[in-house]
Design a protein around this ligand. Structure first.
Ligand code: BGC
Ligand code: BGC
Length: 838
């Protein structure tokens, strides 16, 4: 399929590449906003606006997060909106009960309507990331992530999913979903690839309006924005899927025509469907952050494209605008932002915005326009007359969370999203009457089949019990086998009790969200080939293997495909694992099951270095082209695929500083004692010049994969991990990433110990470590995390870290480490406690 969209027009091709790009609004599409001017509504907005104080106006354009905001704050500051971020839950419980969500929504609503302090009653707007169903709440139907929906090529199904998501969201009291994502991901290393429907703008465009209609109802119909619908926010405007190297929150350096024809594709249909909100991206266009990009936000989106809702920023993204920080950013408001997502920074942001409005730094006309846009949406939603969330039509109807009809639609979506890549000698469908082995660490894992944005931000840390309404892939297969009179055995590691007739091996990526999912290459699980070995072992036993691959993007798995008889790309199917059995197993009477329908919406790479190999490009050379997908009618045999990855292991693991006995390229280790010149650790054992600090090789999991460090002197001595080129870890710190050590304390500290980082001359921060080390079990391996935020709070500039970690003490201590790496919060068994500045 050839596209005349200039997808290959790289930077510089006859386009202006000045900061922020050269934007010509008149060259952009001009969709029709479907809501006719409504004089009655305008009169209500004007009347209310006229009575509002400056403080109330400023409060109206600020959104705080439930984890950093109380109802009392809302009452006092008259804030216009509240959100629950991916990691925010009532009472801090990721698996809080639906009733707790609803009660909290009521409390925020009541605070916004409480006029005892003299303020106006303006109902609060509550937004949440209902991005694949109301997936923050226990029991909700969890739909496949967008990448899987893209494979289904079914806009009507998308509309239906939106409708159900709105209903389930309403039961817990929110009236706003931060969806759909209409990114057009170009570089599959991007950690948010799975949030996009497709690399092809046409497919994204065909879904965007449908999803908005599903969530909001059809503009012009009676159902539009009624109590069974929510407002949508189309995101992330603009170019989030086009950042260089697929770096999340990065810079999109394409010409205006690519920005318009590729990345903007979803916005005109979403606007034509009446989308009530658009969320700006963390990313930049030509070096200018979108949250401060006036030509794109004001001139194009609101001006040329007739967008009649409000524009909201992303999580503290305003703090990244030039000249701003989280607590202050008139530039964002002046660029055309109407509501500022200041999750934990809402108070300083409110105060500084009030000052800016008083001083005229933010013109009153701009502030009034922002408030008007927000109020219009609240009136359209009928919020002023709706009563508190629990009293509304669907409030508290928790039986709708995961209702059978809803799950049936999700199960259909799972079936339609599966893409069959290989089916040697027609291995699939399998006979459910036979003996079936189900293996792989994805077989019986709700977390793994659901991915990020599922109960927790990263989708990690949940248990099976948190999903009362779903079925794992294993459970679905077992139930189908039993119904047909067959038998199935679960053995994640492949060690079966009874030799099976065939095996289904479910493997894939572990859950992640946002930048924590960014990859340096498209190598699947670099440095860990256990899944491949599992498939090969079963094959060696003479067992035919069908592999079901769970992933948020296409990855280089040619070896796994070669080793398997059949291979299915299942993406991140969500709670209805039974949809897999519907397609892979014959019916109980031996008939042909649901056929495969899915077609790739992302091109599948031939090598792990084909990061941005997209349909329509000049050098397009995929392993499986855009639109590929076998059915039971097609001949599914493949010749062996090339097994040359095209990348090295070191390239593939950038957040790993030390592992398997090796430092990452570009890093060095040094020992320094008693103020003498440092010793660079090149061979082992090594020691500081005075001999008081020593390092030697020891074993943890493999031969000499660990290092033991011994402090025996009484003068300060330190072990340092140094980066040749300074690293910027601000984004990781903002996302609660920790510097994590796999560690064993061999002899406890006898004096103070400090962990520090360095950021150039006179720049750095140290944290006390003694107490934490003293609490670790002696002689036992554990993982210990130091939140990067601790270093930032203690004064380090994380944008230019040259000293990644120094451990210093002037007293005896002995510890061993086998791995030092950046890891998401929650991965380490123990965490350093520290004060964190917001
Ligand atoms: C994400 C958005 C999300 C927001 C609120 C941000 O980090 O980029 O997609 O809607 O958080 O949770
Ligand atoms: C997410 C939040 C999360 C935060 C961590 C945001 O992008 O939306 O839910 O808690 O990052 O800093």
């Amino acid at each position: 399929m050839a596209m005349a969209l200039g997808l290959t027009a790289g930077p510089g091709v006859a386009e202006d590449m000045t900061a922020g790009g050269a934007i010509h609004p008149e060259r952009w599409p001009a969709p029709v906003w479907p809501l006719p001017a409504d004089p009655a509504l305008e009169a209500r907005v004007d009347a209310l606006l006229q009575t509002m104080t400056l403080e109330e106006k400023v409060g109206q354009i600020v959104q705080g997060d439930i984890s950093s905001l109380t109802p009392e704050d809302v009452r006092k500051y008259r804030l216009g909106s509240v959100l629950a971020g991916g990691g925010s839950d009532p009472g801090g419980k990721y698996n809080a009960a639906p009733a707790e969500w609803l009660a909290q929504a009521d409390a925020f609503y009541e605070a916004s309507m409480d006029t005892r302090g003299g303020g106006k009653a303006i109902p609060i707007l509550y937004g949440i990331d209902a991005v694949h169903g109301q997936s923050n709440v226990v029991g909700a139907t969890v739909f496949p992530h967008n990448i899987g929906l893209g494979a289904a090529r079914n806009p009507d199904l998308i509309r239906e999913i939106g409708r159900i998501t709105a209903i389930e969201t309403r039961t817990t009291g929110m009236e706003w979903a931060f969806a759909p994502t209409v990114a057009v991901p170009q570089d599959d290393r991007w950690g948010r690839s799975y949030e996009g429907y497709s690399e092809d703008p046409k497919l994204v465009a065909s879904y965007a309006g449908a999803m908005v209609e599903g969530l909001q109802g059809k503009a012009g119909d009676k159902e539009f924005l009624d109590g069974a619908h929510v407002i949508s926010s189309v995101k992330h405007y603009l170019g989030d899927g086009g950042t260089s190297d697929g770096k999340d929150q990065g810079d999109t350096q394409v010409g205006e025509s690519v920005l318009r024809d590729v990345h903007n594709a979803g916005y005109p249909p979403a606007i034509a469907a009446g989308a009530q909100a658009v969320m700006t991206s963390f990313s930049s266009y030509q070096g200018v952050k979108l949250s401060g990009h006036k030509p794109l936000v004001t001139d194009v989106l609101k001006g040329r494209m007739n967008f009649g809702g409000f524009v909201v920023t992303d999580w503290n993204a305003h703090g990244q605008v030039a000249g701003c920080d989280n607590g202050r950013c008139p530039a964002a408001v002046n660029a055309g932002i109407d509501l500022v997502m200041a999750p934990d920074s809402w108070k300083p942001f409110y105060e500084s915005t009030l000052v800016a409005a008083k001083a005229g730094t933010i013109p009153m006309a701009r502030l009034d326009d922002a408030v008007r846009r927000i109020l219009r949406v609240k009136f359209r939603l009928g919020l002023f007359d709706a009563g508190k969330p629990s009293q509304r039509a669907l409030g508290g109807k928790f039986e709708l969370l995961g209702a059978p009809g809803h799950r049936a639609v999700a199960r259909q979506a799972v079936r339609e999203s599966l893409v069959l890549l290989k089916n040697q000698r027609g291995m699939l469908p399998l006979d459910p009457k036979k003996k079936l082995l189900v293996a792989g660490d994805g077989a019986d894992s709700m977390a793994k089949q659901s991915g990020g944005w599922t109960l927790t931000w990263q989708g990690t840390g949940t248990t099976r019990a948190d999903f009362p309404n779903g079925e794992t892939i294993w459970e679905g297969l077992k139930n189908a086998a039993q119904a047909a009179g067959g038998s199935a055995e679960l053995a994640p590691d492949g060690r079966y009790r009874t030799k099976p007739d065939a095996a289904i091996v479910v493997i894939g990526e572990n859950p992640y969200a946002e930048f924590q999912g960014d990859l340096p290459t498209l190598l699947y699980k670099p440095g860990d080939d256990s899944d491949l070995q599992l498939i090969r072992k079963l094959k060696a036993d003479g067992i035919p293997v069908a592999t079901v691959f769970l992933s948020g993007r296409p990855l280089w798995v040619n070896r796994e495909i070669n080793a398997s008889d059949a291979f299915v790309a299942a993406w991140l199917p969500g709670s209805e694992g039974g949809g897999i059995a519907d397609v892979l197993l014959r019916t109980p009477d031996g008939g042909v099951p649901y056929d495969f329908k899915g077609k790739l919406s992302f091109s599948w790479p031939r090598r792990a270095d084909q990061y941005a190999n997209n349909v329509g490009q000049k050098d397009y050379d995929p392993q499986f082209a855009y639109g590929y997908g076998l059915t039971y009618a097609s001949k599914g045999d493949l010749e062996p695929l090339p097994e040359i990855a095209g990348v090295s292991l070191a390239q593939a693991q950038p957040g790993v500083y030390y592992a398997l006995g090796m430092l990452a390229p570009g890093l060095s280790m040094a020992l320094e004692a008693a103020g003498q010149r440092a010793t660079n650790v090149v061979t082992l054992p090594a020691a500081s010049r005075d001999g008081s600090l020593r390092i030697a090789a020891v074993d943890h999991r493999r031969q000499e994969d660990a290092r033991r460090v011994t402090w025996s002197g009484s003068a300060p001595a330190r072990l340092s991990l140094i980066a040749e080129a300074a690293k910027d870890l601000t984004r990781e710190a903002n996302g609660d990433v920790q510097l994590t050590l796999t560690l064993r304390v061999d002899a406890p500290p006898k004096g103070d110990v400090a962990a520090s980082v360095a950021c150039g001359e006179g720049c750095g921060a140290a944290l006390p470590l003694r107490e934490s080390l003293a609490m670790l079990p002696i002689g036992q391996w554990t993982t210990f995390g130091i939140p990067l935020k601790c270093f930032a709070t203690a004064g380090a500039d994380l944008s230019k870290l040259s000293g990644l970690l120094t451990i210093e003490t002037a007293a005896p201590l002995q510890l061993s480490f086998s791995r030092i790496a950046l890891a998401p919060q929650g991965e380490a068994e123990r965490t350093l406690e520290c004060r964190i500045n917001r």
